[in-house]
Design a protein around this ligand. Sequence first.
Ligand SMILES: *Cc1c(COP(=O)(O)O)cnc(C)c1O
Length: 343
Amino acid sequence: MIDLRSDTVTKPTEEMRKAMYEAEVGDDVYGEDPSVLKLEETAADMLGKEAALLVTSGTQGNQIAVLTHCRPSQEIILEAESHIFYYESGAVSALAGVQTRTISGHRGAMDPHAVRDAIRGVDIHYPETGMISIENTHNRAGGAVVPIENMKSVYEIAQMHKVPVHIDGARLFNAAEAVGVEVKEFAQYADTVQFCLSKGLGAPVGSIIAGSADFIRVARKWRKRLGGGMRQAGIIAAPGLIALTKMKDRLGEDHANARKLAGDIQNIKGLRVDNQVETNIVVVDVKELGVTSQEFVAKLYSEGVLAGGFGPTLVRFVTNYDVSTEQLNQASKVISRVAASCQ
Ligand SMILES: *Cc1c(COP(=O)(O)O)cnc(C)c1O
C-alpha cells in the first residue's frame, strides 16, 4: 500500500526506535524526565520562546492554548476552515466554553482588516475577544503558507487590542521549509505556538506548545487536568528530539514530491489540481470524472493507493517520509489508470 492519506502515517525511523530504547527517563509529572526537559528546551529555543511543553497531540496543544488564554464566555477569532474550528469536535465550546468568530481567509490567511473589525469593543452585550488563532500551514487551504507579513499585521493589531495570538502550526516546519526561514521567523508574531512532532517530522506521538514561562506554567496545569500528564514520557520525547533536529531538514523532499505528484496529476484527463502546491499537500478535484471523492478514493484503494476525501469531489494526497519517489511515480500511474476507468 502506498499511503498518501496524511503525513501522520509516518512510522518512526530506526534511529528513533533506537533513541526510544536508550532514552533516559524519569517521572515527567514531577518534572524529572531528562529527555522531555531536553526536548522542551530545544523546541522553545527553536521557536524563540521562553518555555515549551510536550503534549499528547496537536488537538490537545490547541485546546490547552485556548483554555490558558481564554475564560468561558469569550470569543476566539479564527479562519473559517481552520482545524480548531473544523476538526476538533467542537472542543473549544465543550471544554473552554468559548464561542468562535470565523473569518474566511484567502489561501488560509485572514485579512488583517477583517481581524481588526472582528475584535470586540467594550459593550455590555458583547463577548470579549479572548484569542486570535492563525493556522500555518493551512491544511484545508491545501498546505498553504500564511505569509510572514500577514502574520505580522495581524499580530500588531492584536497587540494594540491586548489580544493574544496563537499559531496552530501543526505543520509550521513545512511553512518554514517552503519559505526558507527558521520557524522563529513565524513564531515571533505570536504569543503561543503549537506544532506536531507526529506529522511530517515523523515522530510517533506528540506535539509541542510554546510561549512565555508564565503561559507554560498555567498550560502545564491544564495539561494535567485534561489527563495529559505523562510519566516516563522520555520514550516519546527521544524520537521527538530526532524529529526536531534531523527530520526537519528533509521536509523539502516531501515538498518536491508533492510538486511532482501535482505535475503528473495536472496532465491526467478529468482531474484538476485544486491548490497551489506550496508544501506537502495536493488537493485534487475529481468532479469532471462524474464520480464522488468517496468513489474515487475507494477505486484508488483497490489498486493499492490510499488517499483521503476532502469534500464531495475533492481528494487529498499528502506526501511523507514513508513514500519514496519511486512509490510516488507508481501512485501517479495508479491515479491515471483509475481516472481513465471512470471516463
Ligand atoms: C493535524 C492537525 C492538528 C491536530 O493534530 P492531532 O495531533 O491530530 O490532534 C491541528 N491543526 C492542524 C492544522 C492539523 O493539521
